[in-house]
Design a protein. Structure first.
Lengths: 458, 458
């Protein structure tokens, strides 16, 4: 990876500027990792580095389980009509059982490099694979977490390590099998371990240590306040899987008499630092609770389609005030353009109508909203004072080619959201560092890195 | 385009062989446009041309409206919540109004080249833009059809020109505005024109002239038998839009007291040469009628998602005996891997379960079934006597990379169907001609061809 350059002058053919418009001939000057000047029009400054197509701010992948990438293209063979989220989970656990810190570093580095190639500059890693087999702590109990931070650094990404409290295998059920690697015993021991994890990253602009409640299935209700309090004290992001499956709702209602969202609300877990991941099967009251508390909802549409979760109430959440973010989650696909358009398109499938979201709303979910909910509040916008994350998306591929793009029209943004794929990302600058150039990552052949990393798990 | 080579020896790292398995080290020998030898294992013959990744038979795009490509990324801006299939159609008509034979040749050539890059070797063009403005015939009344055939030839594709009878703007309503370009007055004049279209292509292995009933909206019931009889006499494919929208069902029930499928059945339009396009909103009886008559159902999932049509009953149709085929239709996306996996994945969204289709079923829809329903019954299979259409899909991109592919496992096919995109197609051989090499089409920069072709319509 190249070092941070002191100063750069970048010239964008087209750029997506706040609060949501396509501008032409945009000059962006950076000072190290930060944007210090944005101007429009006029001739290109001498020596400016040209970026073609539409330049977006860096994308934020708000929900990742890096190791799930090893399952891609390996979970569909059953074909028996009996497959479900739960049979998929068995295969996922098998991969989890094969990881150690070295292997996880190798795998996550390749996965994060794949993300970089897709224009992602911040990742939220929902991390629960903490311990060695049978739940024995590593010599450094945070060895797995450090591996993930190192992987992100190597790939040029910013990481919000959402260290996940995972204590039970279901409501009232002990951890079983590979799940024992996830558990800390209780929330207090979880908090002590996470507190130790924070220290080494104090002052690191590229690392946030956040918290997660895996789900109402995995954290007993009396343990939740400890996690919530830790996140509040640290002013850290707090994420939780919420109502991805109806079975989770049924179990929660049966055990506690309330929905997962209501349970989290009653323990103080909702709020403007909180992200409810999936938020697929919600009641009208759930939607109100999320909206009025300014909790965000992280949709992972390609995973939710793959796992047959269903289509979440994106329109109602938006209308209630919940800001939407996006995640590639299981990494069946790593392409935030796919995730963004699927919020709109999957809503069309279940409503029979078009035109639910503005392109600017979908791009906010893919950029500023996501970075914000990962604890990177100064990223995801091309404006002075923000992190110098720029993503150039070509408009001349067979997918994106069309009429010439006029300034003053948002057609280029519509094309990117509805027609581009990750393969159309040509250049990625992450905090001033050029990590992808001409579609090639600084680490080299990422396909080969992925192959080697996954091969070692067989 | 290169001429047909007399004889070629191709060596496939992996190949998808009938009836549906991945084989390693496959040697395929062609004689002009035909496969004359398929063998497995052993050393590569001296001088063999190596194809990497998984080699599939050529893909069939069973439902295309070539000119819709000009709308890509231009129909989502309304964002008012009021959008529908019908407002989209207004924009589509605007593009239709700007075409003439020269412009259509230029546009369709570029669109078909984009298809070639995605591994498509046969296209079914559902063609209704027949006449000059106001419905005046061109000097050659088939000038538009000839332009489409020429475009396919230039791009290296085989075309089934499904010449479409389009007589009314709705049941009992005259053609209006640009629709007047679609109409022949009555089915007899449609048949005379299509009969004249056939002559020049007699003996051309790359061209089929087929028939289409646009829909029950556009062909009065008393006119249908003439079209059905023409197709029967010619032993030609017969396609029809069926129940894409509930409004069509409502109008049909109101006018005729039966569903569109039943109406078509009663006029003799169903059968093993017939394709019901979309087949989205069907009754149980409709599904039985399609299945028992061996009518195929052409699903166009990316278009049906874009246009908010809904998710069709793919499982029930398959179970009833209707063979599934795939189309990119409006070309919001041209990627048959996307279409194939969406048949499974969209079914997951509306059922909450995984595992409805075998990978082999989805690949059959994308290959042999599609070619067959376009009238190319000897294509879409890598076996002796079939057309020499081969498509190499790389397994080492960031999307497809994973563990080494073992022979005897269908994991490589699963990877291609569920993880590859059109961007992973490296080589396409169409009837022996190498039309795509290393991801590049013989016509050159297809993005530029598309841009120029669409620009001329502004």
């Amino acid at each position: 990876m190249r070092p941070y350059p002191a100063r750069q002058v970048l010239r964008c053919e087209l750029a997506w500027l706040p609060p949501g418009r396509v501008a032409a001939d945009v000059t962006i000057v950076t000072d190290g990792a930060t944007i210090v000047e944005v101007s429009e029009g006029g001739p290109a400054p001498a020596g400016a580095q040209q970026l073609h197509g539409l330049v977006l701010p860096g994308l934020a992948n708000t929900h990742s389980h890096a190791f799930h990438r090893a399952l891609r293209g390996r979970t569909h063979a059953a074909g028996s009509g009996q497959g479900s989220f739960w049979t998929w989970r068995d295969q996922m656990y098998d991969v989890a059982s094969r990881l150690d810190p070295d292997r996880y570093l190798t795998l996550a580095r390749a996965v994060y490099a794949e993300m970089a190639l897709a224009g992602i500059t911040s990742v939220g890693e929902f991390h629960y694979l903490h311990h060695a087999p049978a739940g024995r702590p590593y010599d450094d109990p945070n060895a797995m977490g450090h591996a993930l931070v190192d992987a992100a650094h190597d790939a040029g990404l910013h990481i919000s390590l959402l260290d996940t409290c995972y204590l039970t295998g279901g409501i009232g059920q002990p951890l079983d099998g590979v799940q024992r690697r996830f558990g800390d015993g209780d929330a207090q021991r979880w908090a002590s371990r996470v507190e130790a994890l924070r220290g080494p990253y104090d002052g690191r602009a590229d690392v946030v240590i956040g918290a997660a409640l895996h789900s109402v299935r995995a954290v007993p209700v009396e343990q939740m306040p400890t996690v919530v309090a830790w996140a509040a004290n640290a002013a850290a992001p707090l994420h939780a899987h919420v109502s991805e499956q109806t079975a989770e709702n049924d179990a929660c209602l049966s055990a506690y008499g309330v929905t997962p969202t209501r349970l989290l609300r009653d323990r103080g877990a909702l709020g403007p630092r909180t992200t409810a991941v999936h938020a697929t099967h919600l009641t009208a009251q759930d939607i109100s609770l999320l909206g009025e508390s300014w909790t965000s909802a992280c949709f992972c549409p390609t995973t939710e389609r793959d796992l047959a979760d269903g289509v979440g109430p994106a329109v109602a959440l938006r209308d209630a005030g919940a800001r939407l973010t996006l995640g590639s989650d299981s990494h069946a696909v790593i392409d935030l353009f796919e995730e963004a358009r699927a919020v709109e398109l999957d809503t069309r499938l279940v409503t029979g109508r078009r035109g639910h979201f503005q392109v600017a709303e979908l791009l906010d979910a893919a950029t500023a909203a996501g970075h914000d909910r990962l604890g990177f509040s100064n990223a995801g916008r091309l404006e002075i004072g923000c992190r110098a994350d720029l993503v150039a998306v070509r408009l001349d591929s067979v997918r994106t080619s069309g009429p010439a793009q006029a300034a003053g029209s948002n057609a280029a943004a519509e094309t990117v959201v509805f027609a581009a794929t990750a393969a159309d990302v040509t250049d990625v600058i992450s905090a001033g560092r050029h990590i992808v150039e001409g579609g090639r990552h600084a680490l080299g052949d990422v396909g080969l890195l992925l192959r080697n990393a996954i091969q070692q798990l067989r």
